[in-house]
Write a protein that binds this ligand. Structure first.
Ligand SMILES: Cc1cc2nc3c(=O)[nH]c(=O)nc-3n(C[C@H](O)[C@H](O)[C@H](O)COP(=O)(O)OP(=O)(O)OC[C@H]3O[C@@H](n4cnc5c(N)ncnc54)[C@H](O)[C@@H]3O)c2cc1C
Length: 371
C-alpha cells in the first residue's frame, strides 16, 4: 500500500519504520524544516521496550540511555535544597530514559529506503473516495494514498480535517509547560542536581543531561487564547507570567527563553476521543490520545500504537476495516492507563498556594550531605 503519515515525531517515525519494514510505501510529511529533537528527555517504558526490540532499535536506545530524574531536588528562593523526590519516582528497570533528539535520530536512521520523508510539508485537505484518499498538500501538490495516518501530535491537522475541531477533543489540565535550552553557565550550576523552585502557581527548574542543560517553566492557568505555532507569542506569555519573580534563577531562565529560537511550549492537556479511525484515516500517538507530559508515557504510547497498527494491518492482509478497530482495541488500555496516571500530578509539581507548597514539601525526602 501507499500510506501517508502526517508528522515525524516519535509516532510518525515509528510508523515509517514498522510499515516500511513490512514493504509498504510510506510518505511522511513533517511541517517543520527539520526533525524536532528539543524538549525534555523522554521515557521508553513498560511494553514499549519490547516494541522497540521488535522494531530493531532497542540496542541503540539502550546505548543512548541517560539517567537524570533521580537527582531532582526542590530548592528555596536562595537555591538551598529543601528536599528531594523519592528515588522510586522517575527511574526503574522498566524505564529507559533517552534524549528526544537521540530517539528521533535512531528512528530516522532506521527508516527503510522505501520511506520518503518530506520536511516543510503538511496536509491542507483530505477527501476520501471509494478506495483511496486524495490529499492536497500545503506546497500545492496533490496525491492519492490507500491510507492516511495522523501522527501530528496534540494539535493534529489530520484530526481537525477528518474528525472535527480540537476543542471537541481536548481536556485542559490547568497548566502550561515550557522547555528551554540553557547556556553553558547553567550547566555547571546544575551539574550535581536538577533544582526545582516552586512559588504559588509556578514552577521553575534546571535539569542537566548529556552535555546540555534545559530550563523548565510551568504555571497554572485556564486555557489561553494564542496561536500555538507562534513562538514569539509563547515567549510573551512566559515573560508575562514570570515577570514579577526575582527569586532563585527564574530571571536566568527567562534570559534563556529570550535566546532560544526553538522553545517547547504547550498546554498540559489530554486528548479524549470515542474512536481514532474513520474510513481510511486513523490517528496514532498524541493526535489520538495525548496523555500530557505529566504522564511521562507519550513516547511509549507512540511506539506501541505504531507497532499495533502495523501488526494489525499485516494480520488483516491490508484490510483497514479489520485492522483499525483491532489496533484501537489493543492500544486503548495503554492510553487509558497513561491518561489515568496524571491525577494529582499537577498539584504536586505546581501547588496553587503557599500552604499547598508547604504540604507538598513535607512529602519530599530530606537531602543529606553527598546527595
Ligand atoms: C518539539 C517538541 C518538544 C516536546 N517536548 C516535550 C517535553 O519536553 N516533554 C513532554 O512530555 N513531551 C514533549 N513533547 C511531546 C512528546 O514528544 C509526545 O507526547 C510523544 O513523543 C508522542 O509523540 P507524537 O509523535 O505522537 O507527537 P509529537 O511529538 O508532538 O510529534 C508530532 C510531530 O508532528 C509535526 N506536526 C504537527 N502538525 C503537523 C502538520 N500539520 N503537518 C505535518 N507535521 C505536523 C510536529 O512538528 C511534530 O514533529 C514534545 C513534542 C515536540 C514536537
Amino acid at each position: 500500500m501507499h500510506i501517508l503519515v502526517s508528522g515525524a515525531g516519535v509516532a510518525g517515525l515509528s510508523l515509517g519504520r514498522v510499515l516500511g519494514m513490512r514493504g509498504h510505501r510510506v510518505t511522511i510529511v513533517e511541517r517543520a524544516d527539520r526533525l524536532r529533537g528539543n524538549g525534555s528527555p523522554i521515557d521508553v517504558r513498560g511494553d514499549a521496550i519490547q516494541v522497540a526490540g521488535k522494531m530493531g532499535i532497542l540496542p541503540a536506545v539502550r546505548d543512548a540511555r541517560i539517567r537524570m530524574t533521580e537527582q531532582v531536588h526542590f530548592v528555596d528562593e536562595n537555591g538551598t535544597a529543601i528536599g528531594r523526590l523519592p528515588s522510586d519516582i522517575g527511574d526503574s528497570s522498566d524505564d529507559i530514559e533517552i534524549a528526544r533528539e537521540d530517539l528521533s535520530r535512531i528512528l530516522a536512521d532506521a527508516l527503510p529506503d522505501i520511506v520518503d520523508l518530506r520536511l516543510s510539508e503538511s496536509v491542507n485537505s483530505i477527501a476520501e473516495h471509494h478506495d483511496q484518499v486524495d490529499v492536497v498538500f500545503a506546497s500545492g501538490t496533490s496525491e492519492s494514498f490507500d491510507l492516511v495516518l495522523g501522527a501530528d501530535g496534540m494539535h493534529s491537522a489530520v484530526r481537525r480535517l477528518v474528525f472535527g475541531p480540537e476543542q471537541d477533543w481536548i481536556r485542559h489540565l490547568g497548566l502550561y509547560v515550557a522547555i528551554i535550552d540553557m547556556p553553558r553557565e547553567a550547566e555547571a550550576e546544575a551539574e550535581r542536581i536538577n533544582p526545582m523552585y516552586s512559588y504559588p502557581g509556578h514552577l521553575a527548574g534546571i535539569a542537566r543531561f548529556k552535555d546540555k542543560a534545559i530550563g523548565l517553566l510551568m504555571f497554572a492557568s485556564d486555557p489561553l487564547d494564542y496561536d500555538y505555532r507562534d513562538i514569539e507569542a509563547q515567549k510573551r506569555i512566559l515573560f508575562d507570567r514570570f515577570a514579577g519573580c526575582r527569586s532563585w534563577k527564574v530571571q536566568t531562565i527567562l534570559d534563556a527563553v529570550r535566546a532560544d529560537p526553538n522553545i517547547y511550549f504547550d498546554s498540559v492537556s489530554q486528548i479524549h476521543m470515542p474512536t481514532w479511525h474513520r474510513g481510511r484515516v486513523a490517528l496514532v500517538g498524541d493526535a489520538a490520545h495525548c496523555a500530557s507530559p505529566l504522564a511521562g508515557r507519550g513516547t511509549s504510547l507512540a511506539l506501541t500504537g505504531a507497532q499495533f497498527l502495523a501488526e494489525e494491518l499485516e494480520r488483516g492482509d491490508g484490510d483497514h476495516v479489520l485492522a483499525f478497530p483491532r489496533y484501537e482495541d489493543r492500544q486503548r488500555p495503554y492510553a487509558a492507563f497513561a491518561q489515568g496516571t496524571v491525577e494529582g500530578g499537577g498539584a504536586l509539581l505546581v501547588p496553587p498556594t503557599q500552604e499547598a507548597i508547604v504540604a507538598r514539601n513535607k512529602l519530599l525526602q530530606p537531602v543529606t550531605a553527598g546527595q
